[in-house]
Design a protein around this ligand. Sequence first.
Ligand code: ADP
Ligand code: GLC
Length: 507
Amino acid sequence: MRLKCLHAASEVAGFAKTGGLADVVGSLPIALKSRGIESIVVMPLYRACRNSKRPMEPLDLRFRVPIGERMVEGRLWRSTLPDSDVPVYLIEQPEFFDRDDPATQQSLYQLTNAAGDKVDYPDNSARFGFFSRAILETMRLLGYWPEILHLHDWQTGLAAVFLREIYQKHAKPDLRGNYAAIRTVLTIHNLDYQGTFSHLDLPMLGLPWRLFTMDLLEFHGQLNFLKAGLVYANLLTTVSPTYAKEIQTTLRGAGLHGVLMQRSNKLFGIVNGIDEQVWNPATDPHLAASFDSTTLDVGKARCKAALQQHFALDVQPRTPLLGIVSRLAYQKGFERINEVLPDFVRQGVQLAVLGDGEKKYRDLLTELRAAFPGQVGLMLGYSEPLAHQIEAGSDVFLMPSLYEPCGLNQLYSLRYGTLPVVHRTGGLADTVADATPENVAAGRATGFSFTPHTREAFADALQRCVAIYRNHPTTWWKIQQTAMAQDWSWRRSASEYERLYRRALAE
Ligand code: ADP
Ligand code: GLC
């Protein structure tokens, strides 16, 4: 049977992005398509989407759903995923989505308060409650009835609830039948973002109080969108096998380990793929020089020199250059960077950082740069080209994340011959093979990993890394070759999703 799928997410690459979720939703549907699975994508029409250069057109398709006392209208716009004909439907609702944080002229979820801290928009439950209903309205307006509704993260969690509690009980028998045939898969991209709101929002969202129980939507007295999705979806996935295990423990379960343990036999870990068109050092338009595994030395040397110039670092070809591209968030391990990097920089390594996020980490990195001019480069903000230039021009990529559901940057690094140094957790554990003497000898090593998440263990891994770079260039080259030969494309992961979709339908 030919499968039809609807992907719903709050971010899609090319339209609006804060992290890896956008990359995944921007490329998985294309990979599924090459396996014969038809997909459409549904997302909010943020101001960022209007500002993106994607062509899009308004459709004469509108709907109204109750939010609180009001009927709120939405309208569909149509576009396609970049470099493909996979349709993207954007939900226009100016009051909810056509806005920005005045301080930064961007932001999908937060704004900057008077103290300079980022805080959530006060109406996020209404915004994403509305979006979750809009997903179900979209099917009706388009007459597009997917077998699989694939939801991503907390912003779409309530769609699984609305589907079962409202739409599958629709007064019109034909619509009721169409909704009843749909199976839901919810992918957890990050369990720490749950969408928790006051329980008083329940009636505003049009949901009955009888759902506010411990085994359904209630979470410590609050309404929890992600938990709702975890309880109501037919199957659950997350973005690596190791993270799928970790989130069933108290340490990494973020309070939801109980629910996840209960649904353990419905929870699967599938490592993300990468978009090989966008992240390919041989064709990357952002680079000073393109390269593949046969031209790595020359190509990377040119990219490295360009990166050093960009950040006004000393242009020295044999100085190890360490790169970071990251959201500046607790998850990403900046405490470890702060503890360990100054010593290494004093011993002569360079650091190039691109990131945006919490003030605390912006300050920490700003101080680091001030302490080591010529050796630490920093750009606070968001830049697609610079992200590519750091991946290509660095020798080493740092990801000492405290936890990491999958992580995409280490996968990009591997492809660019930039050896990752990672905490052995989640997707980082599943995708980076530590350069132990055994792994090196067997031709398996692709980077450096450490555990536990301590200053000592991180420093030790970085020391091993820098020592091989400086003293054993042939070994370094061999690890680079192994890294670049890894296949983290969507081909493998898309087939796993297909198997899962068929399982959801069979249940
Ligand atoms: P997460 O989704 O937790 O942020 P991932 O490693 O899965 O982590 O994905 C991060 C994605 O966001 C990558 O595509 C990375 O290049 C991109 N990214 C993060 N911060 C920035 C930034 N400041 N500028 C440009 N791209 C960024
Ligand atoms: C989340 C995770 C990251 C993952 C991405 C895409 O943002 O933090 O590890 O790669 O989603 O699944």
